[in-house]
Design a protein around this ligand. Sequence first.
Ligand code: PLP
Ligand code: ZN
Length: 435
Amino acid sequence: MQQPHLQCFTPSCRAHFDITDVLYNCPKCGGLLEAQYDFSSLSAPALKRTWRERRMSNDPLSNSGVWRYRELFPFIADEAHIVTLREGNTPLLPAPRAAHYGGLDSITFKHQGFNPTGSFKDNGMTAGAAQARRLGMKRVACVSTGNTSASMAAYASAGGLDPLIFIPHGNIAYGKLSQALEYGAKTFQVEANFDQILALVRVLAERLGIYLLNSINPFRIEGQKSIVIEMMDQRDWRVPDWVVLPGGNLGNVSAFGKGLREMRDLGFIDKLPRLAVIQAAGSSPFYEYMRDGAKPPFKAQEHPETLATAIKIGDPVSWPKAQLEIESSGGVVERVTEQEIADAKATIGAAGIGCEPASAATLAGIRKLTAAGIIDRAADVVAVLTGNVLKDPDYIINYHTGKLRAPDKSPIHPTFGNAPIVVPNDADKITELIG
Ligand SMILES: *Cc1c(COP(=O)(O)O)cnc(C)c1O
Ligand SMILES: [Zn+2]
C-alpha cells in the first residue's frame, strides 16, 4: 500500500514528496502541493455507518466534526498529535426569506460561524496544528486578514505551540484582532498589504524554522474537506445542485472540490454539485481571470479593496486548484458590489442567522446568478456562511445607522437599516413609537 504523501499539483510535474517534508511549494517547479492517499481499502457504506456511530460517542476525536471523518484525510500517523476544540459540527439552516431575496424557492446555509473561533478556518487549522506537532515544530506563523490568525492563535496555544501573527496594519476587523490577542499570539502589525506580508513571512519562516500555517499549507486544505463531508453526511448523502461560497485566497473552494471529487470517486456520492465562488467586485482577480478565458498567466490585483476584509486578497495563492474545481464541477465565478454584500448581510441577519461581511457575498451572488438564469429558482442550493456575525461589529453598527462607507468613500445605503431609537424615559411616548 502506498503511504500518504505530498504531490505537486502542476500537471506537467506531479513530483512526489514525503508527507513529513516541510514544504509549502514544489521544490522542482514552484507549484502547489496536495496530500494524496491510497484509498483502495475504504468502503463507503461501512464508513458512513462508522461516522454516524461516532456522533453518539463521547470520544474527543469522534466529537470533532473534522476528525470524525479522518479516514478521508489520513495523513497523521499518531492521533496524540491532534489538537481538537471540537471544531466542525456546524448546522445546516434553512432560511425561507433569505431564499426569496436570493431568487430561490429555498436555501440552506451551512454556517461555519458556529466553529470554536467563529469561522471555517478552524476546520483547517486543527489539521495544520496537528501536522506542526507531528513535525516537532515549536513556533507557527501566518499572515492573515483576521480569521486565520484568530484560529491559529487558539489551536497553537491549545496545543502548546507559540503562535506568531502578521497582519496588515489598520486593516483588520476588531473581533478577529481581539481573539488573536486573547488567545496569546505574538502579533505584528506590518505596514504592507496581505500579499507583501506573505512574502516577508516566507523569508522569516525559512530563516527561523517556523512552521507556516497559511492557506498554502496543504494540511489545512485537508482539514477543510471535512466541511463538505459533514455537509453530505447531514444531508444523508443527497447531493445539492449548487454549493456557493465566497472566494479570497481560494483555499476553501480548493478543499471543497477535492473533498467532493474524492467522495464521488469512492462512491459516497454519485455526482458533483456545481461550485459557485463569489468575490467582492473590488477584489476579484479570480473572477476576471475566469471571465477572460482562464488563460495563464494569472493577473494579480495590486490594490484589492473591500469592506469584506476576509476576501480582500489580490493574489490568491490557490487559483490553479480553484480553476480545476470550477471547471470539473461545471461551476461559475461571480462578483458583487459593496452595496449588494451589505444588503444581503442584513437579510441573513434579519433571518435570525447573521454572518460576517465576506459570508454574505454568497447570498448577494446567488441573487445575481438566479436573475441571470444561471441558477434555477427551484435549485437545491447550499450557501456557506464562513464567519460569525460578531467578527465585525463596527460594520454592522455603521450599516444600520447609515454611516457605512465603501473603500472609495461612497456611502452604502442602509436598505434594511435598523438603527437604535433614542427615547425619553416616558411610557406614553414609547407606547406610541411601538404602535
Ligand atoms: C478566509 C475566509 C474567506 C475566504 O476563504 P478562502 O479560502 O481564502 O477563499 C471567506 N470568508 C471568511 C469569513 C474567511 O475567514
Ligand atoms: Zn512541481
